[in-house]
Design a protein. Structure first.
Length: 253
């Protein structure tokens, strides 16, 4: 059973994109969050499963990995052929004595899985009102131990290429990539939560938004956050190929 939690203030973990780089089909069975309603291709979540076939690559809105203290199910993912399922939640890590929240993976009985791959998200804050959210991409790959293939997008060509996920190099067997998942631990090895920046194609242009000055940080967090969006004092810069460009007040512009 799920162990009781005493901390109710969690980091808000938003999933902005889902990408399936494997030859398997996955389903999102439950979202488990009562505060957000996810949308895919403009359609709101209606309680039915979302299917992610091979080469699936779509942005999503309002998909949040739920807090362990407020969700009975967690975010539930299933591999279709094996029917194996895992649950993803945000909460404290028993191995961490600090106030950091972690993105955790569990089996259907809430037993922890792949704890070495749990992702630290940052210090928790009061119901999303203080501190920024964490934005991630969910990437689905072949199991780490399958020796199969990774159906990965080529950022330069805009197409897909096959690359071996095993240590033997390219040309892994397609059949091994289609073997059934042997258990929830193997399914957990298919699931990768990555920062949107790290997962973005090489030629992506970023708009980086900052507090105008450090003194406005607290006010901005109250007036513009994951739960309330009104106004604030910010400045922005454009990042291209790892270099950031912006306009600043100068004596001789």
């Amino acid at each position: 059973h799920k162990s009781p939690q005493t901390v109710v203030a969690m980091v808000v973990c938003c999933v902005l994109r889902v990408r399936n780089n494997s030859l398997r089909t996955f389903r999102l069975l439950q979202v488990g969050d009562v505060f957000y309603t996810p949308k895919l291709k403009g359609e709101s979540w209606n309680g039915e499963s979302w299917e992610f076939p091979p080469s699936f690559n779509e942005s999503v809105e309002g998909l949040v990995v739920p807090w362990a203290t407020t969700s009975l199910s967690g975010l539930v993912l299933e591999e279709v052929s094996s029917k194996e399922q895992v649950r993803c939640v945000v909460g404290p890590n028993e191995l961490d004595a600090g106030s950091t929240d972690w993105l955790r993976i569990h089996d259907s009985n809430w037993e922890p899985l792949a704890q070495d791959r749990w992702k630290p998200l940052g210090r928790r804050h009061l119901l999303g009102a203080f501190g920024g959210s964490v934005e991630l991409q969910l990437t689905l790959r072949e199991p780490c131990c399958s020796g199969g293939i990774d159906f990965a997008p080529d950022a330069d060509m805009g197409s897909y290429q096959f690359g071996s996920s095993s240590s033997s190099g390219r040309g892994g067997s397609q059949a091994s990539g289609q073997d059934k998942i042997s258990g929830p631990a193997e399914l957990a090895s298919c699931i990768h939560f990555e920062t949107e920046i790290c997962a973005a194609p090489a030629r992506t242009v970023f708009l980086n938004v900052y507090d105008l000055v450090s003194a406005t940080s607290f006010v901005n967090s109250v007036l513009c956050n994951t739960m309330v969006k009104t106004f604030g004092a910010f400045h922005a810069a454009v990042e291209v190929y790892g270099e950031e460009w912006g306009f600043y007040r100068q004596q001789n512009p």
